[in-house]
Ligand binder design. Structure first.
Ligand SMILES: Cc1cc2nc3c(=O)[nH]c(=O)nc-3n(C[C@H](O)[C@H](O)[C@H](O)COP(=O)(O)O)c2cc1C
Length: 313
């Protein structure tokens, strides 16, 4: 086969390969730069940043579970000023599109302020709206829900408001902790989001019978890793069939085959998350593995691969 084209377009961003990293699992990239050449990635997604620094949640913040982990880091981060001054210059040196994940501690105004600031930042290729972190509480969603991503109306209003202040590519990160993720994705698309990313973690708990305490300080945490992959693949498949904007799929990717599951389900790109902790060069292996699979199976482009799923009768 002639040339294999692995590039994909997400909004105004061109990714050289359909592989990025999941927010919060790759730090600000410098931590991983000794393991592989970051330029092989389609994009780097940063840990979520808020307007002010956050100390995060009480420990213990993580625990191992069958085929996964629970975390309740609580968006610990140095705040946007320190991020732009100290973290961004390193990322900018790599010439890989940088997706900056942002969140609010309270209401939409913080998202808007952050988006405004990033709109002036040449190094930021895209803004990912983390409206789905299960480890902080919001005041903007409907009573009875705690996340913007659990409410189609709140999602629409936020994306619309952010769209009004930035021309950067907007990616909306969705929560699996909903009954109908498709309606939330559709609301994000209608409001002007350029792409959706899914899934964030699934809320979960683990109790130590001997201490009779939760293994997580904040009691409830977010489940990630291979345990959640079938849920994530199903949601990516459902959302991809309904929206026309690109989907970035994630949840339990731990090798090339599991990354391919998401692309075959309709994702335009994938993000490696918890897998980075077990194998820091996993994303590098997956980029090479996808290329190899495309060559062997004669997929000339990622969009061909996305349409490559066979349906049993
Ligand atoms: C320790 C940890 C920290 C995370 N921090 C963030 C974060 O700051 N922002 C965010 O949008 N998602 C965060 N996530 C969720 C991941 O980006 C991803 O959506 C989720 O873990 C599912 O992918 P995975 O199973 O491959 O890890 C975090 C996940 C873990 C495990």
């Amino acid at each position: 086969m002639s040339r294999i084209r692995t590039e994909v377009r997400i909004g105004r961003m061109m990714l050289r390969t359909p592989v990025t990293v999941a927010s919060g699992t790759f730090g600000y990239a410098s931590e991983f730069s000794g393991f592989f050449d970051l330029r092989i990635l389609g994009a780097v997604t940063t840990k979520t940043v808020t307007l002010k620094p956050r100390r995060g949640n009480v420990p213990p913040r993580t625990c191992e579970t069958p085929a996964g982990m629970l975390n309740s880091v609580g968006l610990e981060n140095p705040g946007i000023d320190v991020f732009l001054k100290e973290k961004m210059p390193f990322l900018a040196g790599y010439k890989v599109p940088v997706i900056v994940s942002i969140a609010s501690e309270s209401d939409n105004r913080e998202f808007i302020e952050l988006a405004r600031r990033l709109d002036h930042c040449r190094e930021a290729a895209a803004i990912e709206l983390n409206i789905s972190c299960p480890n902080i509480r919001h005041t903007t969603a409907r009573p009875g829900t705690s996340l913007i991503a659990q409410d189609a109306g709140a999602t629409y209003r936020l994306v619309k408001a952010v769209r009004a202040v930035t021309k950067k590519t907007i990616i909306t990160k969705l929560s699996p902790n909903v009954t109908d993720i498709v309606s939330i994705a559709a609301a994000a698309e209608e409001a002007g989001s350029d792409a959706v990313a899914l899934i964030n973690t699934i809320t979960g708990m683990s109790i130590d019978a001997s201490s009779r305490k939760s293994r997580i300080g904040a009691v409830i945490g977010g489940l990630s890793g291979p345990a959640i992959r079938p849920v994530a693949v199903r949601m990516v498949w459902e959302v991809s069939r309904r929206v026309s904007i690109p989907v970035i799929g994630m949840g339990g990717i731990c090798d090339t085959d599991s990354a391919l599951e998401f692309l075959l389900a309709g994702a335009s790109a994938v993000a490696v998350g918890t897998g980075n902790f077990l194998s820091p060069s996993l994303a590098d292996e997956i980029v090479k593995g996808i290329r190899e699979y495309m060559r062997e199976n004669r997929f000339g482009s990622v969009s061909m691969l996305r349409k490559g799923m066979k349906y049993a009768r």
